[in-house]
Design a binder for this molecule. Structure first.
Ligand SMILES: Nc1nc2c(ncn2[C@@H]2O[C@H](COP(=O)(O)OP(=O)(O)OP(=O)(O)O)[C@@H](O)[C@H]2O)c(=O)[nH]1
Ligand SMILES: [Mg+2]
Length: 400
């Protein structure tokens, strides 16, 4: 199925610009609310040092790319309509928006850190809107959405579970399967909300809200892109938000600046590497362009190193979801597949994934017919319960 990243936020915060910068797409942007109605999709790349360097081989990347020994792993990204207060009750683009996000594993919340838009995404005096409000509102909105799904039929269902000795964890998991929320996430959330599974028929509305907040945290974690850091009122807000958000990662971003630099790069006027933020002049610039470049170098790249777009995706995958790369091979001596391609594929794996589950990520039949695995780095047999770790290279031995 692969990982899906959802880009969310209020109208005009820069979600589509962010998608375009991240995925080199050309979706429509605009300085008015609800430019996006139908979701836009793209493919972004997370980067990690490729194992070809460490293992001293020349790789033949296939499901990913390897450039200068950096492995670029594709991840699907979706940019949806702006979210306004009351969406879960149908305001703005309402529930459609939410169902577009159902399959997302993580959300990038693009916030207008300059504080120049009200909660509906309309222009206000720059710096007068507190971005913290947007953060709290979005968390609540998603939790309310989950709560709405849980509450439907709740009383009847919990009575039935009580009388028939059913399992509340299974029931909730079942209700939320459409949201890609797993049984273990539900269990974790119940425990974090301090609820007892044996008394679900007595859980109060407040309990259900707490539970929904925990499910949201675990099942749809959020990373914040503090966007539009190029604007004068942004820096103070960015520092304030970072200080206030202890458990959430906040990355300063300037999606529009990335688009501007990529545009100049296309015209061969600059050399620019978005991932590292390296920028240099490569051709003739007009005085105006020269001024823009100087300003970007001084106010964005010197200050924040990069435009933050790629960093946000990398942090989302590696620091929030805690995924890590694992390379499957067929030949453990040459680290190649059966056709001789070296380190062709890499998969993003969750902590706790066993070799047998990993086999299932490659092909259902591999899991069904799994016999054992081999850790290719040391050429040692591993049993089905063995948990994978970052940068493992493994062979799966399955019955034909
Ligand atoms: N200064 C500045 N402006 C930006 C930045 N990113 C986006 N914008 C501008 O913000 C406006 C809205 O951008 P969009 O990408 O269309 O915003 P959106 O969140 O997709 O908006 P909706 O689709 O209407 O919800 C546009 O005028 C963009 O050029 C940025 O980093 N800096
Ligand atoms: Mg948009």
């Amino acid at each position: 199925m692969g990982i899906l990243v959802g880009i969310v936020g209020k109208p005009s915060s820069g979600k589509t610009t962010f998608l375009n910068a991240l995925c080199a797409t050309d979706a429509k942007t605009g300085n008015y609310p609800f430019t996006t109605i139908e979701p836009n999709q793209g493919v972004g790349f997370v980067t990690t040092p490729c194992l070809c360097n460490e293992l001293g081989v020349k790789c033949n990347a296939r499901n990913s790319e390897c450039i200068d020994q950096i492995r670029k792993i594709p991840v699907k990204v979706i940019d949806v309509a702006g979210l306004v207060p009351g969406a879960y009750e149908g305001r703005g683009m309402g529930n459609q928006f939410l169902s577009d996000l159902a399959q997302a594993d993580i959300l990038i919340h693009v916030v207008d850190i300059s504080g120049s838009l009200n909660e509906d995404g309309e222009d206000v005096e720059p710096g007068t809107h507190d971005p913290m409000k947007d953060v709290l509102f979005l968390e609540n909105e998603i939790a309310q959405w989950i709560l709405g799904i849980l509450k439907k039929d709740w009383i009847r269902a919990t009575r039935k579970i009580k009388s028939e000795r059913g399992n509340i964890v299974d029931y909730i998991t079942d209700k939320l399967t459409g949201l890609k929320i797993t049984r273990s996430a539900v269990l974790q959330a119940i425990s974090a909300a301090d609820l007892s599974t044996s008394t679900s028929a007595e859980w109060s509305d407040q309990d259900l809200l707490h539970l929904s907040c925990q499910i949201r945290k675990i099942g749809k974690p959020i990373i914040i892109a503090a966007n539009k850091v190029d604007r004068p009122t942004s820096k103070a807000n960015y520092e304030k938000l970072t200080a206030e958000m202890r458990d959430t990662i906040v990355v300063p971003t300037a999606a529009l600046i990335d688009i501007v630099l990529e545009g100049l790069k296309k015209q061969k006027k600059v050399e620019y590497f978005s991932e590292s933020g390296r920028l240099s002049v490569a051709g003739d610039l007009s005085p105006k362009e020269e001024e823009i470049i100087k300003k970007i170098q001084k106010e964005i790249l010197n200050e924040y190193k990069t435009t933050g777009v790629f960093e946000t995706l990398n942090k989302a995958i590696f620091d929030v979801l805690n995924l890590f790369p694992v390379y499957p091979v067929a030949d453990v001596t040459h680290f190649s597949d059966k056709d001789g391609l070296i380190l062709p594929d890499v998969f993003l794996v969750k902590k706790g994934t066993t070799i047998k589950e990993f086999a299932g990520m490659i092909h259902q039949d591999f899991m069904k017919n799994f016999i054992y695995g081999i850790d290719a780095r040391v050429n040692r047999k591993i049993s089905e319960k063995h948990e994978l770790k970052s940068n493992d290279v493994v062979k799966i031995v399955a019955a034909a």
